[in-house]
Ligand binder design. Sequence first.
Ligand code: AMP
Length: 423
Amino acid sequence: MAKFQAPKGVSEYVPDRSSHFDYVRSTLINSAQVAGYQLVELPVFEDTELFARGVGESTDVVRKEMYTFEDRGGRSITLRPEGTAGVMRAVIEHNLDRGQLPVKVYYSGAFFRAERPQAGRYRQFYQVGIEAIGLADPRIDVEVIAVADRAFKELGLKNYRLEITSLGDSATRESYLVELRAFIAGIEIDAETRERANLNPLRLFDDKRPEIREAMSKAPILMDYLTPESAADFAKVQELLTALNIDFVVNNRMVRGLDYYTGTAFEFAHTDLGAQSAIGGGGRYDGLMAQLGGQELSGVGFGLGIDRILLAREAEGLLLPAESGLDLYIVPLGVGDAALLLAEELRNRGIKVDLAFGDKALKGGMKSADKSGARYSIVLGADELASGVVHLKEMQTGESSSVTLGALANELIERISNYGEHL
Ligand code: AMP
């Protein structure tokens, strides 16, 4: 019978690579948690209108990349292409913005974009994101960037670059967009591109075609139109990043792929990843909440691509802090029941234990112990059960010592605490 394959262009993780994925994800989440961000777990599908309004009609994401379908009740549903719109919907719906501000939340999960698959670009991919909603303070912009940067450093990444810009406030935009529209009116572009530019003229900076790039290289730059308030906020962001030793470059032509950004915007690019180099990005969004029916509150956040961060670690040759994380592997010799009971007893004490199943001879059992990556192993047979003593073998050194079965759990716990984080 023909075998099934995963749908085209999805990313998925199975052992052993899944443990590397897990390590990246938990490091990103941990960096958010130490800064006081709390989990939101949201649906992977929402009303289509939420994304059309939240992400923006002019974006590639909304125009070409959404997985949209009608559900059985005739509602138009879309698989989430990004996290921020859903978070805002939930914050408004649950009145989180009526409590203490800023509301600080993080999310982690699968996102969906119908893109042309290639290395590092998938139709289902994974992000960890954070949002800080309710206060327009450039210090929060810096906190958000620092959460990402700390995680990247903890993951050992070196070959990445932080680019920042300011997209200005609404007054900045208003004066700038008049100039930009006038400029675009004077260049030669096809009808479809012009329609796109009419929806959001900033989008043309994003266009990859050489002739458009060439034309746009002469366009006015938003940074030159920043209001004094926006310029002061942007200066504060740079000052604090410098104080935190977070390297950055100002890229005054950066355009984010989503329409809602204002003020500080940023992107992390990894230099070893080829075309799909963005490992994360985000920024401030002033109008989004009101646009989705909530209060006039500002927010700032990011989305980091777990898949690409894993690829970046592989490109930099950063392997996992070894091992499966197992503390003990039990090789039973004809006493399978007793071995399982012992494993469960130890697991209940928080020790990570695996054991050989099936009737394995000693040699096969020891091979499995080796492969398991466990720190210690014991052989458990009728003799050990009769004497109540096992030989606890340290796999790396080959050294073993006698321990009574009654003392085994405490002995292991003691040794585990001595190998600290056992990374
Ligand atoms: P964005 O919301 O487009 O700024 O995406 C945030 C991050 O998610 C990017 O910097 C990427 O790391 C990741 N990402 C976005 N789209 C994809 C995709 N199709 N495949 C893999 N990762 C993606």
